[in-house]
Design a protein around this ligand. Sequence first.
Ligand SMILES: N[C@@H](CCC(=O)N[C@@H](CS)C(=O)NCC(=O)O)C(=O)O
Length: 310
Amino acid sequence: MSELVLHHYDFSNFAEKVRLTLGYKGLAWHSVIIPPIAPKPDLIPLTGGYRRTPVLQVGADIYCDTRLIVRELERRAPSPTLFAPAHAAAADALAYWAENRLMRPITLYVSGMNVDQLPTGLQADRSLMRGLPPPDDLTMRRAALRNAPLVRTQLPQIESMLADGRTWLLGDQPTVADLAMYHPLWFFTARTQRLAHELHPYVRMAQWMQRVRAFGHGSPAPLSAQVALEIARKAEPAPCAPSSPEPEDPGLGALVRVRADDYGRDAIEGELVYLGTDEIAVRRTDPVVGTVVVHFPRLGYDLRAAERRA
Ligand SMILES: N[C@@H](CCC(=O)N[C@@H](CS)C(=O)NCC(=O)O)C(=O)O
């Protein structure tokens, strides 16, 4: 398998989802530590503007968003699977719930209760990323208190999903839902133990979290950002599989703009080179890394034709 390079930082919970996938599949990978806040001068030449974390690089192919990254790892290392056909669709739906309705209140609760522990500038950066003014500590504290009940409403739901003694959320095999549900809960105590008591009543959940944690992170080896850029510069993007566009899609070869539909909405422009049922790929040429292909999931991203500049 070509070398896997993960661009990430330690306290990113979405990165934890991918690190655990690498562990579950027993993979060796290279670890590039990126800054947790913008600017990210050694990441943007690869992605063309996408700044969220994590990003997977394989030579001159760049995969954005964990929804696609985990599936790409599955494609390259199918066994053991996280997408057993009988459960894949339900797992996807559960993952969406976990990473949106569950995740957002947890983030606001945990961040607001740990304001004194946050790296300088983190909150201002995150607000900017969502088009909001930077909050002061009191505003963050209020948001934490508003969101605590929303978290407490949902934790028993997870416990009840495990109530029949099942090993994994959807039965006897791990799926992507286990990883997507785990990482927001991991975030609870990733920085401090201050809110650990919120998880204490949930015994089955604790045992299940222990099983997910046991996947480990595979075999990471540190890599400098400069070497990662050099790897991209020297590599050619892999040839694209045949596309399966919808009639409404921009034509292959068109100049397109792709951006996240929720937050971190920086636009990436390039030539549309692949469209699958749930993947978009654009080719771009960058002064630092040359030609790369940047891959996004379809769901969660806005794809449209871009104006050709004169
Ligand atoms: N849908 C994205 C969400 C990724 C995400 O929000 N990651 C957070 C870190 S956990 C982030 O990008 N924060 C801003 C940053 O790292 O610049 C995914 O699944 O990868």
